[in-house]
Design a protein around this ligand. Structure first.
Ligand SMILES: [Zn+2]
Length: 302
């Protein structure tokens, strides 16, 4: 048997080697796994990213839709996770989640590894039901004195509602703030005195005056004060840029700076501020943008 290969065989071998290494070399990248929950991302929706890295990491950060996200490590499942969102204004399409991790320093010094995963955002179908509501004239045509109050309230909101505390305080699921029926969903359009207002950026619970309102997750009380449109207003900071907002309360049960646990009573429901009657309006902020609270409560969170 002749062991010498002719030139054609040598070319064939090189070709096979090319295929072999061609598939093997990027395999280290293929060992990243990225999971998104829910699997169908929509504008206005929250998303839980869960990542397994090919090697042990000290830290994992990412960029998503122009936002910086900082992952936490779940030792039980050896998975990195972060709660993020898709703004209501995001157009349907494919967007990159860019990951950068710092490897654990051991025999070799820590290095940075990165990975990019493309994710598809679909368009959410928010109800276009137009409701005619009548509210007091002071909310649609405010006087100069009221306009000053509105401006002051806007300054407070601009300052507080865009805050991002890097430390995560939330853990486990976000739970309903009241055991009551939903009277208006996120994203619906409303009309006040024949003027179309911006989409409804929260979730309304049909509750009478004085119903206990519970914290949706662990956090710190960022705001507990009356504002012009919001009425008696409580904002909880859950860390990682996630805030929950509770509006139109009749009474406060917490003060700014308090630490609260999920289920703790933060106030009693009411109809203060711009409200047609007693109800609880709850909103979710993520890094300066509103997300659908109903979708957040549906996520199974670590
Ligand atoms: Zn509402």
């Amino acid at each position: 048997m002749n062991w010498r290969l002719n030139s054609n065989s040598q070319i064939a071998l090189l070709f096979l080697a090319g295929i072999f290494f061609g598939t093997v070399l990027p395999a280290s990248a293929a060992t990243w796994t990225v999971r998104a929950q829910p699997t169908r991302l929509v504008n206005g929706g929250p998303v839980l990213f869960q990542v397994k890295s090919p090697v042990g990491l000290e830290s994992l950060n990412g960029t998503w839709l122009g936002h910086e996200v900082s992952f936490s490590f779940d030792t039980a499942s050896k998975t990195w996770f972060v709660l993020a969102g898709v703004t209501l204004e995001t157009a349907p399409g494919n967007y990159d989640l860019k990951l950068t991790g710092g490897t654990k320093a051991g025999k070799s010094p820590s290095t940075r590894i990165s990975f990019t995963r493309k994710l598809t955002v679909a368009r959410a179908k928010y109800p276009k039901i137009k409701v005619n509501l009548s509210v007091e004239g002071k909310f649609t045509e405010p006087s100069p004195e009221q306009q000053k109050e509105i401006q002051e309230a806007q300054a407070v909101k601009k300052d507080y509602l865009n805050r991002v505390t890097p430390e995560r305080e939330w853990s486990g699921p976000f739970t309903p703030p009241a055991d009551a029926a939903i009277s208006d969903v996120f994203g619906s359009q409303r009309i006040f005195n024949d003027k179309t207002s911006s989409p409804h950026l929260g979730l309304d619970f049909r509750v009478p005056n004085g119903t206990p309102v519970e914290a949706m997750n662990d956090g710190t009380v960022l705001l507990a004060r009356p504002l012009y449109f919001e009425g008696n207003f409580v904002v909880l900071d859950h860390g990682q840029g996630l805030l929950t907002l509770y509006l139109h309360l009749s009474e406060f049960k917490v003060k700014e700076g308090d630490q609260v646990k999920r289920g703790q009573i933060v106030g009693l429901s009411g109809g203060t501020g711009r409200a047609t009657g007693p109800h609880l309006h709850v909103a979710v902020r993520w890094q300066g943008t509103y997300l659908d609270p109903a979708l957040l409560m549906r996520l199974r969170l670590p």
